[in-house]
Structures are given as C-alpha cells and as structure tokens.
Write a new protein. Structure first.
Length: 295
C-alpha cells in the first residue's frame, strides 16, 4: 500500500438514550496519509439511512451512477434516502463526522416530506438554520469526544424544535429494519392504523420511498453487510439468510441497485478506504451483529 498512515478511525457511536428515536448513530471517518496525491474510491450501495455530513477536512466527490455526473459534497451535506449506487472519491486526508438519522426522523424534525430529499445531496444550510455555527464549533474540536459532544448538542437543539409528532408508522419503519425487510405490508398498515393505500402514501411522505422499496433496500443492505462480514460464505447461504427466495433473486436486486452482479460489486470493496486501512473486518462484523445474525 502506498503512503504511510498517520491517523485512521472509522467507527459508529450510539447517541444518548433519549435521542435514539431520532438518531441511529454518529459516525466518524478520519484518515491521514503522508502522500497527498492519493485518492480513495468506494462504491456505496443504497442503505436505509438519511445522513448529515460535516466534512471538516479534505474533500468528498460523488458520482451518481444514474446521472453520470460528479459533484463535490458541500461542507455540510444532507444526504437523503438513496435508491441506487453512489461512487465516492475521498481525498487522502479526510475528517468527516456524520449524524445518521432514524427512519422518518428528518420529516419529524423539519416538517418537509422526506421524498423531497430522496436521491439528493443537498446543502444542509438550506434546511437547518444556523448550522454553520455548529460546523465552526466542530472545526475547533481537539478530540473525537468533543466532536461527538458538539454533534449531540446540535441534535438536542433540533429535537427541541421538532415540527411533527411521532406516529405508529415510524415504529413500523424501525420494525421493518429489525426484521430485515421481511414483514407484511398489510400487518404494518394495520399496526399504524391505516388502510394499505393510506399507509403507502404516509410512508412515502415520512421515509422518502414507498414501503416495498424500503423493504428491498433493507434486505439488500443486510445481504451486503453479511457478505462483507463473512467473505468466505457462498452466495446461496447469503441469499437464504437474508430472506431471498434463491440466489437469482439476490442477483436481481444487486443488478437493480448497483448495475453489477454480487461478485463483481464486492470486488470493488478491495479499493475501499476500509480495506486500504485494514478496518473492513472490524467495521462489517460490528454492523453484522446489529442485523441479528450469529458470527
């Protein structure tokens, strides 16, 4: 591997208990190489999350596969729910802290239909007033602990001004994630006190995509994390564990979301920052545990 590593951290941190209905985790991505011309590439498949990025040092460029355009992330970027692969290029020095929201949380916090953010990377200053002050505070932080404290204080402030109340539908979206996308739409609608058509419409408003698409993204993401955590497992085993009918059904989702077969897409992981830095096994095994499968 070219270049010496000076700093490296890629880790998810749980929020305070009282904030977990709004935030899944805080994520810190930090690495420094002694060769400034290095660039890292990673293909990010869709996953069930909406994320606020603070890029404090370095740069990130996104290439959206369906648009064939490359754009730089804003210093503070709000990434809505994605439904396709994003190709990302990171500079050799990067410090990025992320706030990963719970399903439907962005709608509750802003009152803006989540569908307005779907497949978008937006300037967060247009969504959260005064967020630039938070960015400035983060840039002055000296430790990871300070970064997390500043991010959490910001979440506390926006939660206190949330514009929409919780709804049983929000719990249904979280339950969908816990069940790996393998859950009845009729049952969720009933539990949320809606008919199926009403449930689909309200889910789209609060989560940004229709429930069937969300279930597919969850199941696909489960397969993606399972394979990365267990590279020696064969694809049929992955398919069965992740509630696919068969291997061909899994292939269909991979091609739909990434444009590639499962094997071809996972070969791209060899060029990811996680693999280059030797953090991939630790990261994906931690995420694998979260989806409830035995190691």
């Amino acid at each position: 591997m070219e270049g010496g590593i000076q700093v490296m951290l890629l880790q998810d941190f749980l929020p305070d208990l009282k904030l977990r209905e709004f935030v899944q985790c805080y994520r810190i991505v930090h690495f420094e190489f002694d060769k400034p011309n290095l660039t890292f590439f990673k293909a990010y498949p869709p996953k069930p999350e909406v994320c606020l990025h603070f890029t404090l040092h370095g740069s990130i460029e996104n290439e959206l596969a369906d648009r064939f355009t490359t754009t730089s992330l804003y210093p503070i970027t709000l990434a809505g729910q994605q439904t396709g692969v994003t190709f990302r290029y990171n500079s050799s020095s990067l410090l990025n802290i992320q706030i990963v929201f719970q399903p439907c949380a962005l709608f509750r916090l802003t009152g803006i239909p989540a569908s307005a953010f779907t497949n978008q990377y937006l300037d967060a200053e247009n969504v959260f007033p005064n967020i630039r002050f938070v960015f400035d505070e983060l840039q002055q932080a000296k430790t990871y602990h300070q970064l997390l404290s500043i991010a959490e204080a910001f979440v506390v402030s926006i939660v206190s001004h949330a514009t929409k109340d919780a709804h049983p539908l929000d719990a249904a979206a979280n339950w969908m994630i816990k069940k790996g996308g393998n859950i009845s739409l009729d049952w969720m609608a009933k539990e949320s006190f809606f008919c199926v058509k009403q449930f689909e419409r309200k889910f789209y408003e609060r989560a940004g995509v229709h429930p069937k698409m969300y279930a597919r993204i969850i199941r696909f993401n489960k397969a993606f994390n399972t394979k990365n955590a267990n590279p020696g497992w064969d694809w049929l085993r992955i398919a069965i564990l992740c509630n696919y009918f068969d291997y061909q059904h899994l292939v269909k989702d991979y091609k739909s979301f990434t444009g590639l077969t499962p094997q071809a897409f996972h070969l791209l992981e060899n060029n990811s920052p996680e693999c280059k830095l030797g953090l991939d096994k630790q990261l994906y095994k931690a995420r694998f545990k979260l989806i409830g499968l035995p190691l």
